[in-house]
Ligand binder design. Sequence first.
Ligand SMILES: NC(=O)c1ccc[n+]([C@@H]2O[C@H](COP(=O)([O-])OP(=O)(O)OC[C@H]3O[C@@H](n4cnc5c(N)ncnc54)[C@H](O)[C@@H]3O)[C@@H](O)[C@H]2O)c1
Length: 315
Amino acid sequence: MKNKVSIIGAGMTGSTTAHWLAEREIADLVLVDVVEGMPQGKALDLLQALPVIGKDIDIVGANDYEATGNSDIVVITAGLPRKPGMSRDDLLTVNAEIVRTAITETVLRSPDAIFVILTNPLDTMAYLAMKVGKLLPKRIIGQAGILDSARMRAFVAMETGISVQNIHCYVLGGHGDEMVPLTRHSNIAGIPLRDYLAGERLEAIVNRTRKGGGEIVSLLKTGSAYYAPAVAVAQMVEAILKDKHLVVPAAAFMQGQYGLKDIFFGAPVQLGRVGVERIIEYQLDEDEKDALRKSAEAVRSTTDAMLKLVNLEQR
Ligand SMILES: NC(=O)c1ccc[n+]([C@@H]2O[C@H](COP(=O)([O-])OP(=O)(O)OC[C@H]3O[C@@H](n4cnc5c(N)ncnc54)[C@H](O)[C@@H]3O)[C@@H](O)[C@H]2O)c1
């Protein structure tokens, strides 16, 4: 039986996710968006690329949710992206309503799906999705960590000239300016990053990683990054559909891990067909724990603001 992945929001990240997924030929795709004709047009365009790349999947676009029925995975990318000068948290009010609708409509038609959330503010939207959909925590994963870690890997490759394949970086915490690039665990072909790069060069990479999304927003001016976020989603979708037990940094519901409870937060997460199989805990030093605590406070305060805004039962 073929897999089915529905992508809600066929804007830049949604349609680019469809593109990366089509290349992998792992599922039929459904694109849903409120803009009339747009998801249908993008789906048809992508479908017409398939003969050239030799991939056989179905791709449909729609303005309603009927076609999403019985999806294995639902990816939520509907909502506004940042503009220059905005933080991800500035998107909360408008995106909460959009995500609430998207989750309600998709859970109804795909009660067994795994949900991958992209809409910002990411950690808070994942929490909202879990509450609105009344979903088990293992069935919701927020995409942030693969992207933030890939940004750091790209910057290290630019600095050292070494293949990205040899560069392993781990960025944990919330998907905001307080995210925590773990320089002690990151390495180049097994050599700790801290031993390879001098202090100030490493610090510059850490800072650029933290502001990596904002750097692209200020260059694009009309929206935010989409190639790298979308391929990160494709990696997560593939890991789930193929039951790979792949460990990636991603936002998962914390139930005591890292001393945190009742928030979605970036950590190394093992992904398989059931969704989140487990959350792996690194041994952290006091500085790293402090940085994670600070990041968790930021996520908790946005999640609290969301709970006040949206009429949901409190924690
Ligand atoms: N977590 C991450 O790493 C990450 C990365 C990139 C983007 N994002 C977030 O993803 C979201 C989308 O970003 P984008 O660049 O694709 O923006 P975009 O504006 O290109 O696309 C968003 C799409 O959502 C659609 N939409 C709005 N309301 C909808 C609804 N109720 N139902 C269905 N579709 C609806 C819009 O019509 C639009 O086409 C933003 O919130 C952005 O901040 C997150």
